[in-house]
Design a protein. Sequence first.
Length: 364
Amino acid sequence: MKIGILITDVVREELISEHGDYPDMFEDLMAGVDGSIEFTRFYVQNKIPDSVDCDGYLITGSRHSVYEDLSWIKELVNFIKHVLASRRKIIGVCFGHQLMAHYFGGLVEKSVKGWAVGVHKSNLVARQSWMDKADFREDVSLLSSHQDQVVRLPEEATLYATNEFCPIAGFVVGDQVLTIQGHPEFDKEYARALLHLRKDILGESVFEAGLASLKRTTDQQVLARWFMNFLQNPAEDFRSNKRLGRYFSQAEKVIQEEGRVYELIRKATEKIEKLGRKTFGDTWDEVGLVVEMIKCWAQGDYQDISKKSVIMMIAAIIYFVAPLDAVPDFLFGWGYLDDLAVLRLVFGQIKVEMEKFKDWKQQR
């Protein structure tokens, strides 16, 4: 397995000789689980990878904030689109956790509580398939070092870890994205050295509490196993999705007949207009863009799109207009939310295709 480490910062110069750099820490962590992993390092502040050629990617911590107006952060976000579109997996740690929340529409802010340092215990609130089956633990303890934190969970995300200082301490998005705010790659000696370097910034009480917390046990190897389990489980083939699977064969037939595509577009447009902008919220523009993209494709005006993406979009639209969805529309609006969940799932897979179509429209 080949893992790309997207390195978003470097360890302070006075600590690097003794403790190593961030990629060293992650490689040592994962080697304790599987020594055969091949790592490729990408210092993304200098250069973003040219292509998606790793089996999965890990985004490190950073002193920077995801909301800073920095060109390399924008370029990294664009690369993430390509990684997800290629069905590769992403693990985000600290800054990486926050960046993935930012990418999916969550909110990251500097915490009013100040610095989180030392050992923090997070409660596990949603068991995941990649967690150790024989270990029914209720919490994990990790070293922390951050001021920024995720304060609003993305709609597409599922929270699995929370603690009092940082309520959104870990989340997943489908089977492609796994994040954690804490630092499984840190050891206590590095954390201790970092605390001493930041003593004046932290203040006496935060420094002393952080130092005292280092007596507690931590669960680095638990997270290493979880990371490995997550990476080794292949991302779900969209066709095997329980909600959409039965619509793929219908979509493949529909694209063979131009008239059926136009009829589908008409029905989708009618339903969209009936529901209105308020129902769709922040997905309104995306829904309109996808319907327009299918229409332009059917007319032959736009062909720069893969057949797989066309089938995926049409399958989702068939689901959207079907009279019997997974949740009926008449149940107090919950059916509409179910439709939107399916559409968001598709949008997450075709972000790159959507951006390309948007650029094409602007250049016409």
